[in-house]
Design a protein around this ligand. Structure first.
Ligand code: ELE
Length: 207
């Protein structure tokens, strides 16, 4: 299955912030055990590269990089094994480097203008970020009318309470969010707790 089909099948993309790459393998194991073999490891911390490397080496989880802001970070992410690259906004330079490196680019786009810019770069799937403060599910439903061929991955303010509002829209491929992987649980080594949160999220998404 290609990356976008895998994200669509998963319905959920856990957004991960790791402070210590030594936690990456156990965290990946926790997500897989919870039924969600997907992660977006954000470049918000210095541990991102080594975390992506450790997770992708397992071979049982689809690993992407998040918060990618520059072409140099695209190279770092791809060299570490990321198979998709997520950005909060739309950067032509980042998207073009992803295309050169042969990985899926998932840039943020929340306006008609930004979506058209993504289409001009050859993309048909965008991150809708920050979803909660950009009009939420009604905004996506409105944008889906003129942009029939575009799929959205709403992220930012998405959680168990509003998950279904988004997933019930046909053009929503998956939703992203950090609620399955609380940073304090990772720091405390509570991977069983993360598996439980993940399993709950998977059940919500399939309800
Ligand atoms: O754009 C990026 O690359 C990001 O890292 C943004 C994150 O995906 C969101 O900030 C997660 O939002 P919450 O689930 O509300 O915590």
């Amino acid at each position: 299955m290609d990356v976008l089909s895998s994200l669509r099948a998963a319905r959920l993309v856990p957004v991960v912030v790791l402070d210590d790459a030594a936690d990456a393998d156990a965290l990946a194991g926790a997500l897989v055990a919870g039924g969600l073999p997907v992660a977006e490891v954000t470049f918000r911390t210095a541990a991102a590269r080594d975390s992506i490397k450790a997770m992708s080496a397992r071979g049982d989880i689809l690993v992407g990089a998040g918060t990618v802001l520059t072409p140099e970070q695209v190279d770092q992410a791809v060299d570490a094994g990321a198979s998709y690259v997520v950005s909060p906004g739309l950067s032509r330079a980042v998207v073009e480097r992803c295309q050169e490196r042969g990985v899926v680019a998932l840039p943020g786009a929340v306006t008609a203008t930004e979506i058209q810019a993504a289409l001009e770069l050859g993309l048909t799937t965008v991150k809708f970020f920050p979803a909660g403060t950009s009009g939420g599910a009604p905004a996506i439903a409105a944008l889906a009318a003129p942009f029939g061929g575009v799929s959205f991955v709403p992220t930012g303010g998405v959680g168990p309470k509003n998950l279904q509002d988004y997933l019930s829209i046909a053009s929503v491929a998956a939703v992203g969010g950090s609620w399955m992987v609380p940073r304090d649980k990772v720091k405390a080594g509570d991977f069983a707790g993360i598996t439980a949160l993940t399993a709950d999220a998977v059940a919500f998404a399939q309800a």
